[in-house]
Design a protein around this ligand. Structure first.
Ligand code: GLU
Length: 411
């Protein structure tokens, strides 16, 4: 089984080969600035002591303070966090934000924790890393298993050490220095980019059937915006499995159901299928918006969709990616497809630094502009250099980081 970090390395090398980067420069760009692991010992509600490890990998700061989410998931390990931190570096550079890349993670299962236990774990983690994060150093944000409440605890705990400074974390509740539109941002970005891609291909959304895996924050918002753009969503899924309706799902009804029932379990107006089967459906557009590593050489030959948008981080493994490229399938890579989140995180950070609030219209307008520009750049680069959208995205991101590193004096 390939590891996440090896997958990122392969994608990096593929782009670096097209850029003629030397082995020394590759080593320099790939080596993390700093990696920390801290003990997180907390008392559970039943009085037991529970000990975890919290990771923060700060990959690169050549272009600005490091930026990236914090993940709570049972399978988190240092390798995965390293890989995700690197992706953040290429992502922020690709969409041209003045940030570097970082990522954090704690190997816990949030579904087995009470809110108070989550809070204790979060605060303990901040106790361990507060002196290596901050608005000019490294700014955490939500990721899988964390949300705006967790960000509020981070802010609160951080300020106990360093005083008021809401720019130390993004994705906060709107009532607590957050920005309107941050929660929807990643899903909205997926919608914007899907629409752009169809435009480039001369294809109508109404004639584009979509299968969407994952109905968390990213998946559910993507469903909403794709539906508004008149895509025909035929399947959605969450941990309870897949829900398929070949004629198209009633997305407003699905959204309402999932809000009321905290998930899709028990949704009746669709055929039940497995998460694996959803990936193999006869659709034009497949959007994995849940876990990484769900599409590998193992199931790739059965995947029918000619277009894939990686709303999750690292859903497509390189062995599958090679096959898709040979088959002429189009894959819009994670570092562009899900960049909407970090773009609006940047607006939130700017808002916090200026103490001047942004309205939702301004957020949406500027997000649309940033993503549309980046999409056009990636598309042109892919055509000019005859490379995949992924390789073009990496080349753009790596090129910017490389130039900043050399201009700043690397050694
Ligand atoms: N966790 C998100 C990502 O993978 C957002 C990061 C951020 O907003 O800093 O891009």
């Amino acid at each position: 089984m390939m590891r996440a970090i090896d997958a990122t390395r392969l994608y990096f090398d593929r782009a670096a080969d097209h850029m003629d980067l030397s082995a020394n420069i590759r080593e320099l760009l790939l080596t993390a600035k700093r990696e920390v692991s801290v003990q997180i010992a907390v008392e559970l509600d039943d009085g037991q002591i529970s000990t975890h490890i919290g990771y923060r990998v700060q990959h690169d700061d050549a272009r600005g303070p490091m930026k990236g989410g914090l993940r709570f998931h049972p399978e988190v390990d240092l390798g995965e966090v390293r890989s995700l931190a690197q992706l953040m570096t290429w992502k922020t550079a690709l969409v041209d934000l003045p940030f570097g890349g970082a990522k954090g993670g704690v190997a816990v299962d949030p579904s087995k924790l009470s809110p108070r236990e989550m809070e204790r774990i979060t605060r303990k983690f901040v106790d361990g890393i507060h002196d290596v994060i901050g608005p000019d150093v490294d700014i955490p944000a939500p990721d899988m298993g964390t949300n705006s409440e967790v960000m509020a605890w981070i802010q609160n705990q951080y300020q106990k050490y360093h005083g008021f400074n809401p720019g130390c974390v993004t994705g906060k509740p709107v009532e607590l220095f957050g920005i309107p539109g941050r929660e929807e941002a990643t899903g909205r970005g997926v919608g914007i980019l899907a629409f752009k891609m169809m435009g480039r291909l001369g294809r109508k959304p109404q004639q584009t059937r979509v299968a969407l895996q994952g109905f968390g924050n990213v998946g559910s918002h993507a469903a909403k915006f794709l539906h508004e753009a008149e895509f025909k969503i035929v399947a959605v899924s969450d941990v309870s499995g897949g829900y398929y309706r070949p004629e198209g799902l009633d997305i407003p009804a699905v959204l309402q159901y999932s809000r009321e029932h905290r998930g899709l379990k028990g949704f009746k107006q669709a055929e039940r299928i497995s998460n694996e089967k959803l990936l193999e459906l006869d659709v034009e557009l497949l959007i994995p918006a849940a876990l990484g590593g769900v599409i590998t050489a193992h199931n790739a030959p059965r995947i029918k969709a000619p277009m894939i948008i990686e709303a999750a981080n690292q859903p497509v493994w390189p062995d599958a990616d090679v096959l898709f490229h040979e088959q002429g399938k189009l894959v819009l890579p994670d570092i562009l497809a899900n960049a909407g989140g970090v773009v609006v995180s940047y607006f939130e950070w700017v808002q916090n630094r200026q103490h001047y609030s942004w309205g939702i219209n301004r957020v949406r307008q500027e997000l649309d502009r940033v993503l549309a520009d980046s999409f056009e750049r990636v598309w042109s680069m892919a055509q000019e250099r005859n490379v995949s959208l992924r390789t073009a995205s990496y080349m753009l991101g790596i090129g910017r980081v490389g130039r900043a590193t050399m201009l700043g004096g690397a050694t």
